[in-house]
Ligand binder design. Structure first.
Ligand code: PEP
Length: 253
């Protein structure tokens, strides 16, 4: 059974104090996770260590960095390496969020390097893909997303992709309040799984968790997560509110 994940992306929000309060409130919320479910927190770099201390002992709560360098070490001022993340016990890294692609010019080729460097360090990427509005309007979203997967992931082995995590995030639905319908989400998730199956076989494709991201909130999470190829969500805005995110976690199927 593949893993169901509710992943928070706090982005560049919250002071240390507010981040600690949010996590305290979440830990006090009634959250039920079955053994194949996980809550993952994409926390700003400076708070990773302290939030890790707060979730210590909560087996199904994990941390994610929101980015990592594609270089291993050296004179790259301002960058954070996978070895640094590993040394502070961060298991996941969000790779290729559309905001990184758009504002920091991260190409499919650079993202392939980031995925590789995560694997070398034993970190688990949460690989983001998704199309902009004009691509959706032109009806070419399937080939666009397929190309993102091909250029950043298809050099990997079947063994590496087993249990891998992908987040499909249509850019037109991120932070806009506009959610893809559950049918649109299912359609793209099924397409992604078919593309993976054609290259790696159905066993690998069926082991991959495909999360949906784009204005997920407590009110729509159950319906979206209820789709057969949707294995949870990557959540921005609503993950900053404890009552919202705890309800989203409890909406995992
Ligand atoms: C995101 O940042 O990955 C995201 C999906 O944001 P939001 O939930 O706010 O649309």
């Amino acid at each position: 059974m593949r893993k169901q994940i509710a992943a928070a992306n706090w982005k560049m929000n919250l002071s240390l104090e507010k981040a600690a309060t949010l996590m305290t409130d979440l830990l006090a919320s009634p959250i039920e996770l079955s053994p194949n479910q996980e809550a993952v927190f994409g926390v700003p770099f400076p708070y990773l260590t302290s939030i890790n201390q707060q979730i210590a002992g909560k087996k199904q709560f994990s941390l994610a960095a929101q980015n990592c360098s594609n270089k291993s070490s050296g004179a790259y001022t301002g960058e954070v390496s996978v070895e640094m993340l590993k040394s502070i016990h961060v298991p996941y890294v969000i790779i290729g969020h559309s905001e990184r692609r758009e504002y920091f010019n991260e190409s499919n080729a650079v993202l392939a390097e980031k995925v590789n460097i995560c694997f070398e360090a034993g970190l688990k990427p949460i690989f983001c893909c998704g199309e902009a509005l004009q691509i959706r309007e032109a009806g070419t979203q399937n080939s666009y997303v397929e190309n993102q997967l091909k250029e950043s992931l298809f050099h990997l082995t079947a063994g590496q992709l087993k249990g891998f995590v992908i987040a499909y995030e249509p850019i037109w639905a991120i932070g806009t309040g506009k959610t893809a319908t559950s049918e649109q989400a299912q359609e793209m998730h099924a397409h992604i799984r078919n593309v993976l199956s054609a290259k790696y076989g159905s066993e690998v494709a069926n082991s991959i968790s495909i999360l949906y991201g784009g204005s997920v909130k407590a009110a729509n999470a159950k319906e979206i997560f209820g789709q057969p190829d949707v294995d949870g969500g990557l959540v921005g805005g609503a993950s900053l509110i404890a009552a919202e995110f705890s309800a989203i976690i409890n909406s995992l199927k």
